[in-house]
Structure formats: C-alpha cells, structure tokens
Design a protein around this ligand. Structure first.
Ligand SMILES: [Zn+2]
Length: 210
C-alpha cells in the first residue's frame, strides 16, 4: 500500500493504507465468497461448468486488482537529469486503461493521454504507462484516477505542468442500469503551465486526440 491509495487526490503525511482496518481475507475466504455469489445468482456452484469458477474468478481478481500491491512512487523514483536542454512537453498517447468502478466493480475501459513539461527531471516513458496501470488496477472512479496520475507525476518529477486526459466507457452504464451504449466519459486534469496557458492546453488536446 502506498500513500496515494489512502488519499484519493493527493499524498499527505497522515496517509493511512486503505485496508488498515480491514485485514485482507484469505484466498479460501475469497473462494467461498465467489461460490456464494454463484448460488445467489441462481445457479448451482457444484455443477461441472462452475466447479472451478471460484478459483478462476479469484485469479482474475488478483490480476485486475494487482495495483494494490504496487507502488507508483517506486516507478517514478528513478529519474534522469541529462535532458540536454529538452524543455517541451513529453506526451504519451493511447495508454490502455483497464479499470473497475468502485460503485459496481464493473470494468471501465478506455485510453489515457498523459503529458508533462520537464524542468530538470525526466523519467523513462514506460514508467508513466506503468503508473497509469497501477492506479487503474484498483477500484476507482475515473475522476480520482485522473487526479492520482497527475499528482504522482507532479510529486516526483516537479514538472512545469502536467496534463492528464482519460476517455473511457463504463460497463456499469453500458450493460446495466441506463444501458447507454457507446457513451464515453472524458475527464481531465491540468496543472501548472497546462492550466495557466490556454495555448499549451490546446496543443496538448490537439496532439493527444490528433
Ligand atoms: Zn459503476
């Protein structure tokens, strides 16, 4: 557990891990919980096709929520200072977002676009994508996810500005409830120069979606 998990928007010295008061149940308890859901849905958990389903679901959960056991701060801790005067934006486009909404545990899928304006520190670009992945692989709202990515980059790279845009479809909205197919949600977070300089914001949006 890292500091970002506890404070949805920013880190704080008083950050407490999310599961501090709820110790993690055993794998066996998780298997039983899935079995209960299968029976509750109306099926027979003992029939052939469902016999191994609890095991498969628990394994899938371990993968979908592996972000709780990873630390974005660690990914961003190795920075490089020799940028040879490069001072324009670094922009990553089309980073896959595979997350789950915290209200329904339903997937929301889309893309993230992340840019920052380096001052003296840059980070390996794969690390930015990894930070998106770590925060995505937790129960999220798209708004908080957007803010957490920006906050982590801000904290570790001290850039002149950060821009994050996420464009995603929420299956809790497309496959249930209102059943609005193909509605996508866009969230953005701009800091520093991306916030104060409309021309820069514009350039980011153009490059991101272009
Ligand atoms: Zn939802």
């Amino acid at each position: 557990m890292d500091a970002y998990a506890a404070k949805p928007v920013l880190v704080g010295a008083d950050a407490v891990p999310l599961n501090a008061n709820t110790p993690r149940p055993s794998r066996d308890e998780a298997l039983k919980a899935v079995r209960t859901l299968l029976a509750w849905a109306g099926d027979d958990p003992d029939r052939e096709g469902l016999k191994d389903t609890p095991k498969r679901v628990v394994d899938a959960y371990a993968e979908w929520f592996e972000g709780y056991d990873a630390d974005p701060a660690k990914e961003l801790s190795r920075t490089f200072e020799d940028v040879q005067g490069y001072d324009d934006m670094v922009l990553l486009r089309d980073i896959e977002v595979e997350s789950h909404c915290e209200h329904h545990m339903a997937p929301f899928l889309g893309k993230a676009y992340v840019a920052y304006l380096p001052t003296e520190k840059v980070v390996g670009i794969s690390k930015i994508a990894r930070v998106v992945e770590i925060f995505s692989k937790r129960l999220q709202t798209q708004e908080v996810l957007t803010n957490q990515i920006a906050a982590a980059i801000e904290d570790h790279l001290a850039p002149a500005g950060v821009a994050v845009l996420i464009d995603a479809e929420h299956q809790c909205m497309t496959t249930r409830g209102v059943h609005h197919r193909h509605v996508s949600t866009i969230t953005t977070r701009f800091t520093g120069a991306f916030k104060s300089d409309p021309a820069l914001t514009e350039r980011f949006l153009k490059l991101a979606k272009g």
